[in-house]
Each structure stands twice: as structure tokens, then as C-alpha cells.
Design a protein around this ligand. Structure first.
Ligand code: GRF
Length: 217
């Protein structure tokens, strides 16, 4: 089996990265992580990758005059590692238009809400403020607008009485750790593919929009 060569972009803790690393340990998993790039030095995610023997790079955005220059360096490093599919996992930088175009339809992100609701930062506080009953997480293809793009998979997580942003974040994070490996498998195996602004099941069967993730394995 040829495994899809995946690059992961991180900025910090790297618990989603760790979930992807664990998934890739299965020889039947259709993806392998060939490089992890952090824009922040010495973060926990880099230690996770190193412990698993995955090559890492730190490319600090601070060393570049513009977002475009930083993104060009990022693309160069990813090309050097022959990355085929890119996964953002807690990467806290917005991408330039050119970078998004360069990786179009080969670039996934995870966000801790049921998109298109609650894009952006402080997600869980805003979910609680809005008295939402259900939150969750989404893996989607990256588009120029932040936290937008065709949805690969979602998991729903109930909001419970007495939840704080932290308790809700922790419950959603557990779902993220199951969802991201599941979504990456769908894409890397070719079980789903991107068609314009939709994700479709292969072969050519229109997906329910979005592909809802039944209880995750
Ligand atoms: C996750 O909640 C992810 O959805 C969001 O940032 C957080 C990253 O956590 N984009 P980690 O670094 O994967 O632990």
C-alpha cells in the first residue's frame, strides 16, 4: 500500500498531532507523517514528534519580513519533504492567499466547533455565551477564509449544565482526537474526494452535505 505523505503544521501542545501519530502507527493506515513543522520553538508538539521518530522543523514566523515570505519558506520545506497532503493541527497563523492556492484541496484543518458556527478564537466561551446545546468539531479543507471550506467530517459534543470553557474544550478535544485520524483516513484512502466546494464519496456519489461522522471508532 502506498501511504500518503503528510506534513503537519503545529504551534503548540500538539495533542491532535499525537492522535495522528498514533493512527499512523497502524501499518494499514493510508497516511504517514513525513515532517512536522512548528512556527514556535520548543513546543510540546515537537517533543511528541521527536519521541515518535518523526522529522521536525521549526520555522519561526518572526524571522520573516512578511506573511508571504514565511509561507514561501514553509512551502519550500514541505516540498523538500515531498509532502502530498498538509494537516493543520493547532497551527495559529493565518495563511497567505498564495499558500492556500498552492496547497488547495491538499490541505486540512481541524476546528473545535461545528462549522460554519463559531469560527475563530475563544470558541468554547462563545458557544456557552450563546447557550448552544450542542458543540463539536470539524475537519475541513482549507480555503482563504479562516475556518471555512468543504467539510470532511464532524463530531457532535453535547454542552452540559455547569460547563466552563475549559470543561467543554476538554470534552471537544477528546472528540477531535478521534475525528482527525478518521477524516485523514477518508481523504488519504481516497474514500472521499474534493469536487469544487463539496466533499464527495468516491466514486461520484454526492456526499450528504456535510459528511456526518457517525459514532467514531
Ligand atoms: C485544537 O482544539 C484545535 O481544534 C484548534 O487548536 C487546538 C489545538 O490543540 N485548532 P493541540 O495543539 O492539537 O493540542
Amino acid at each position: 500500500m502506498t501511504r500518503t505523505r503528510v506534513g503537519v503544521l503545529i504551534s503548540g501542545r500538539g495533542s491532535n498531532l499525537q492522535a495522528l501519530i498514533e493512527a499512523c502507527k497502524d501499518p494499514n493506515y493510508p497516511a504517514e507523517i513525513v515532517v512536522v513543522v512548528s512556527n514556535v520553538p520548543d513546543v510540546q508538539g515537537l517533543a511528541h514528534a521527536e519521541a515518535a521518530g518523526v522529522p521536525t522543523l521549526t520555522i519561526s514566523h518572526k524571522g520573516f519580513a512578511s506573511r508571504e515570505d514565511f509561507d514561501a519558506a514553509l512551502s519550500q520545506a514541505l516540498d523538500h519533504a515531498r509532502v502530498e497532503l498538509l494537516c493543520n493541527a493547532g497551527f495559529m497563523r493565518l495563511h497567505s492567499k498564495d499558500f492556500v492556492a498552492r496547497w488547495l484541496d491538499r490541505h486540512l484543518n481541524i476546528h473545535p466547533s461545528l462549522l460554519p458556527a463559531f469560527k475563530g478564537l475563544d470558541t468554547h466561551s462563545r458557544v456557552l455565551q450563546a447557550s448552544a446545546a450542542i458543540s463539536g468539531c470539524t475537519v475541513h479543507f482549507v480555503r482563504p477564509e479562516m475556518d471555512a471550506g468543504p467539510i470532511v467530517a464532524q463530531a457532535a459534543v453535547p454542552v452540559l449544565a455547569g460547563d466552563t470553557p475549559d470543561s467543554l474544550a476538554a470534552r471537544v478535544l477528546e472528540a477531535e482526537h478521534r475525528l482527525y485520524p478518521h477524516a485523514l483516513r477518508l481523504v488519504a484512502s481516497g474514500e472521499v474526494r474534493i469536487d469544487g466546494e463539496s466533499v464527495v464519496r468516491t466514486p461520484d456519489e454526492p456526499a450528504q452535505a456535510p459528511l456526518y461522522s457517525p459514532p467514531l471508532p
